[in-house]
Design a protein around this ligand. Sequence first.
Ligand code: TYM
Length: 348
Amino acid sequence: MSQASQRVFSGVQPTGNLHLGNYLGAIKRFVAMQSSHECIYCVVDLHAITQDRSVWGGPEELARSTREVTAAYLASGIDPAAHIVFNQSQVAAHSELAWIFNCVARVGWLNRMTQFKDKAGKNRENASVGLYAYPNLMAADILAYRATHVPVGEDQKQHLELTRDIAQKFNIDMADACTEAGYPDGFFPLPEPLITGPATRVMSLRDGDKKMSKSDPSDLSRINLTDDADTIAKKIRKAKTDPDALPESMEALKGRPEAANLLGLFAALQDATLETVLPQFAGRQFSELKQALADLAVEKLSPIAGEMQKLMASQDHIDAILKDGAERANAIAEPVMADVRRIMGFVR
Ligand code: TYM
């Protein structure tokens, strides 16, 4: 497939604080894809409401958070004129295709989703049906644009595998109709997850075995994109360590999750690899790494926080970008949906 026929799609939920994991695992990599691909970046507000209102915060908070994720995209360097930035609920294709995928995906497939188990917790009976069917909506997000490449963090890998299973089952179940509609090789591409670089799974600063997450009750566990320089430095200073000096080799990094996490963060912020960063700190104390990491994090993140603040002061500007992006997204998704309806036999 030529690069011209490759299309990138990815999304971020407007729930809670955006953190360094979202930035390094996703947004920074979205920015990098722009020079080589046609990209569509979505603020997935329909996904946000799958959890309790106490989690997504209600209408005012959802709107604020939708604009904040948009501001983070723009402040990080996503170009909404050259590419597409929009919020999911403005393009009806996502919900329509998700329903069709509810009828393609199998209950057994969804029962295996670890993120549902984590988010639903012990009280699974009381989770929303939306939270359970969430991966089908995610598949619809991607496939409504027949996107081929999806940059995400490691925690989304299983959802991407499910997306491929859904695309494949649709293509097989509807093979005759796909051929009839002019797609003898199947209508949907099987999208490739892009999970690369030193920060695909950024860990909590308080516990190197736990993922950095929006929902961690301790704010010290994560660096938020809106944190000021002092807060960033303080959180890194307080980050959990182990008692040994920093390791000399990748092999010696095994079993030292805090060291791996802080070195990985340093590498990702510096656009380097873990292998090249390791010798810089080999045999040194954690305090030296922490100082260097705090300086680098402040240097890279402060301009983004400043720009986000400016953008957030101009709500109309953000809303206009989302509206324009939604119109352009719809112009791609609508012909895809027209084909899907024809393939399914929905009379128009
Ligand atoms: P969300 O909003 O939880 O996270 C957004 C992106 O950030 C990545 N990420 C991380 N990367 C590294 N380390 C971490 N600690 C970390 N935490 C989060 C996530 O992997 C993700 O790439 N279901 C998705 C949003 C979504 C989507 C899509 C993504 C909806 N539709 C279609 C791609 C394509 C989610 O909840 O991401």
